[in-house]
Design a protein around this ligand. Structure first.
Ligand code: SAM
Length: 452
């Protein structure tokens, strides 16, 4: 039996949905007062990725990698990017986007990154994922989640959709607009958010979404796919917005989404009677084990031409490359590193060299390998989170006590010798950090911001 919580829905909210849903509205209000189901995802980018400490007995049938259950943010599975907490309904969005190898994908409203990291997990490091977030603080959280999950084919940028429009016209094969919304579908997860709700707020959100959708339209290739999603119930932000969008842009056609038990059709009567809206998808928590969500998939007519790409390259000097080569020779087994470039003193393996990105506020372009120091190269945690045990010359498996100490920022004494200096540290078989070995001691290099 699930617990009941107090979510103070306003009379105005209740009246609106009673008018829209009739007798069913009471079931919805009750569901909003019922505790939500937690769930998490695995990350196929990791070595032996199903080896987690959490039960996989309750798979989510519409997700290849989702499971019902709770995870702990301090567990090794979370720290090393083997799991990501995401509520069930939100998981389906990335499956609906369905990215294909070698496509260019834009996640336009991406922070904190639950859908971006899902998309990357199923892209298997193929193609290009551009993860954009307008808010700087949130963009930095997005970037750290991309790092934790060991993603190397993503560019994390911090721009407004308008900033992107000009340079990226007709550029993307698929765009996800997971729009900022009034969040009605999340009230039970975040009961405090109820206080911000008002009809005016819903209108404001709908208006902002229109502009974001229009930007997305410009950036979508002919023949490309646009997925629009919100976590709110309001018709203004969902059916109404989409009906107006496809009217403004007649090249856009709403296409069907596979519906699993509990998922419902979109409602034409809430969107100027556009019957295609039945192909959209709604998840209401009184019928579906997840939060409230709306998803609509659309295709732009036409056949894509080729996109001209001019490339840039900030190559490290020969001497700088020699520091990286030396590091690799000493500490890694044979690995194939291409597309190395330099940003200030950092070396990256680029996700893209397209000059269009030069005008943007880029937080991360591909995989950060590490930093050039005086006469040497020092590796970054991002790289470790992407590497597999076989890529490393030395891996040391910490015991419970050593792991707790290391995570806390302490060095650990070990009873083992290594001939090289930079070793992979693992706990319960999961790589999570570099360690600097010297004389039976592993010096702590765990980033201060991640220590626990
Ligand atoms: C629903 S959240 C995205 C959640 C994210 N896709 C995920 O799965 O983790 C919407 C995001 O849109 C951003 N946003 C707010 N105003 C925006 C605007 N005018 N244009 C684009 N994004 C905006 C918000 O900062 C927020 O991070």
């Amino acid at each position: 039996m699930k617990d009941l919580m107090r979510v103070n829905l306003s009379e105005e909210f209740k009246a609106k949905y009673t008018k829209l849903l009739g007798d069913r509205a009471d079931n919805l209000f009750k569901a909003i007062e019922t505790e939500s189901q937690n769930s998490f995802r695995l990350n196929p980018l990791k070595n032996n990725y199903q080896n987690v400490q959490y039960s996989l007995d309750k798979p989510i049938d519409y997700s290849k990698i989702g499971y019902f259950g709770d995870i702990d943010g301090n567990s090794i599975d979370h720290i090393s990017g083997y799991v990501y907490s995401q509520e069930p309904s939100a998981m389906y969005v990335a499956e609906v986007v369905n990215p294909k190898a070698d496509e260019k994908i834009l996640d336009l409203c991406a922070a904190p990154g639950s859908k971006t990291t899902y998309l990357a997990s199923i892209m298997d490091s193929q193609g290009l994922l551009v993860s954009n977030e307008i808010n700087n603080k949130r963009a930095r959280v997005l970037s750290s989640n991309v790092e934790r999950m060991g993603i190397k084919n993503a560019v994390v940028i911090n721009n407004s959709p308008k900033d992107l429009e000009d340079g990226f016209e007709g550029y993307f094969d698929r765009i996800l607009v997971d729009a900022p919304c009034s969040g009605e579908g999340m009230f039970r997860k975040d009961p405090d958010s109820v206080q911000y709700w008002s009809p005016e707020y819903v209108e404001q959100c709908a208006n902002r979404q229109k502009h974001i959708l229009d930007s997305a339209f410009k950036m979508l290739k002919d023949g490309g796919t646009l997925v629009y999603s919100t976590c709110t119930f309001s018709p203004e932000e969902n059916e109404e917005n989409i009906a107006e969008f496809v009217k403004r842009h007649q090249e856009m056609e709403i296409v069907p989404i596979k519906k699993y038990p509990g998922m419902e059709d979109g409602r034409p009567e809430w969107g100027y009677d556009n019957q295609d809206l039945k192909k959209a998808l709604r998840m209401f928590p009184d019928q579906f084990e997840g939060e409230g969500h709306f998803i609509c998939k659309m295709i732009k007519s036409g056949i894509a031409g080729t996109t001209k790409v001019r490339t840039f390259r900030n190559q490290p000097t020969k001497v700088e490359m020699s520091y990286l080569d030396k590091f690799i020779k000493q500490n890694l087994s044979e690995i194939d590193l291409t597309a190395i470039f330099k940003v200030k003193e950092d070396l990256y393996q680029a996700a893209t060299f397209d000059t269009r990105f030069k005008k943007l506020h880029v937080l991360r372009n591909g995989l950060k390998l590490g930093e050039l120091k005086k006469n040497r190269f020092e590796p970054s945690i991002s790289w470790m989170l992407e590497l597999k045990p076989n890529d490393l010359k030395s891996v040391y498996e910490l015991d419970d006590d050593q792991f707790a100490k290391y995570l806390h920022g302490e060095s650990v004494m070990i009873d083992q010798d290594f001939s090289n200096k930079w070793i992979g540290l693992s706990y319960q078989g999961k790589l999570f950090s570099w360690g600097r070995y010297s004389n039976k001691q592993i010096k702590n290099v765990y980033p201060k911001g991640l220590r626990k």
